[in-house]
Design a binder for this molecule. Sequence first.
Ligand code: HPA
Ligand code: ZN
Length: 320
Amino acid sequence: MKKIELHVHLDGSVRPKTVSELLNYDIKDVKNKMMVTSDTKDLTEYLTKFDLPIKAMQTKDNLKRIARELALDLKDDDVIYAEVRFAPILHTKEGLSLDEVVSSVLEGIKSVNEIKINLILCMMRGFSYEDNLKTIMVTKKFLNKGVVGLDLAGDEKKYQTINYKDLFMIAKDNNIPFTIHAGEADTSKSVLDAINFGAKRIGHGIAIVNDDKVLNKVKEKNISLEVCPTSNVDTKAVLSYEKHPIKDLFLKGVKVTVNTDDRTVSNITLSKEYEKLKEYFNFSDEEFLQMNLNAISSSFMNEDEKTRYTKMIMKEKKLN
Ligand code: HPA
Ligand code: ZN
């Protein structure tokens, strides 16, 4: 099935073999360090899984290779359009400038023709105002030149969404579309703050299932949720896959999209995620189509591209 993916992190989706080659580490060791196990405690521990790939993502060539390989992996997963995100500031530890980081990732993804990928740049919770402001400025510089939006990632439990209001006001004043990780490790209040800042989409957002007021606001404003079920099980945001609220949210009329978050960390592909959703919640092909159309309409593509991708998805449906 042709698919759209709006929420996938570059650093969480690096091939273990590549990290092993680039850092000269044993592959078993790399897998242990990069992938979750069932006893990963929470989002804080989950986020330590990014340390090793980030170590390997400090040169232009490595960034180019890793971005190209993710593009190839997405293509093999039948993803026809993706918005790939990462925090450029994390890749400046050995001297690269933010511009060089973004340009290298763009070069890598553009080297794969059969898939269209745009980038979302992440500010980081817990990083300084100045560093996050630099991320806004590089987003502005590359906006509509391969970059389509801004995000806020990192530890939502330790650093609350409300503390990032001033930065998102600057993004808004600069007409930069943004999505915010919210309602993943924190409550629906975090989602409400993100909506009030002007977020067009919410990363995860599953906490709204217990709060009709915020849920109705999400619906009223036609905000979509970038839901990543396996990741939510891995960070213990939900107790188990069968207890995930995705179907409830979908049936309540929330604009749900399906995503992987971190392919390597969670050992998942979008095809596997769809299989699990079918198995645990009996999602039908019609419902998967609806969620892909949701993804297209809430993507940060321009209107012409949205029409083009809608046609591509609908055409496939007619063929079946
Ligand atoms: N939440 C916050 N930050 C992240 C995540 C996530 O799920 N994945 C990668 N960085
Ligand atoms: Zn994420």
